[in-house]
Design a protein around this ligand. Structure first.
Ligand code: FES
Ligand code: FES
Length: 157
């Protein structure tokens, strides 16, 4: 099957079996290795990408369902100002990521902040419920994201 999508802001096309998982296609065809093939039933978040701006586990997405979508991987996202801000705030809070499930941790933070809401503990805990990261302490992440959401809200009036 021929599939077209926008990948890291560039229109791309590839041939792949329709039911091949997106994580495999991104690694095999495009050499994008930030997504790991780890648990593979969608529980560790190490394979997360942004699909139409929403964090999703790419090990759960057959590539045919990503046709026409906008996909962002950590390779591209790590060049953005949003990434820089999130990582700076993590560092200030003493949060260091080993890299294993950085895509899930960072894209979840990005999606929460992008909502423009002042985040509650509950919203943050719920969003990270599917993230099995051993590097993060949920209290630290909650502190960082509440602070960033408040700052963002104040800036936007
Ligand atoms: S490999 Fe996809 S969630 Fe673990
Ligand atoms: S970044 Fe998740 S286990 Fe280290």
């Amino acid at each position: 099957m021929k599939i077209q999508f926008r990948l890291n802001t560039t229109l791309e096309q590839c041939e792949a079996p329709a039911n091949e998982l997106l994580v495999s296609v991104l690694r095999r065809k495009f050499g994008l290795l930030s997504m790991k093939k780890s648990c593979m039933p969608g529980i560790c978040s190490s394979c997360t990408v942004l699909l139409n701006q929403q964090p999703v586990p790419s090990c759960m997405i057959p590539v045919f369902s990503a046709a026409g979508a906008d996909i962002i991987t950590l390779e591209y996202f790590s060049t953005t100002r949003d990434y820089e801000k999130i990582m700076k705030a993590f560092k200030q809070q003493g949060i260091t990521l080993c890299g294993f499930c950085t895509p899930g941790t960072v894209f979840t933070a990005y999606a929460l902040l992008k909502s423009g809401k002042i985040l509650s503990d509950r919203q943050i805990r719920d969003a990270y419920a599917g993230n099995a990261c051993r590097c993060i302490d949920i209290n630290g992440i909650t502190t960082v994201l509440k602070k960033l959401s408040l700052m963002r809200r104040q800036r936007c009036g």
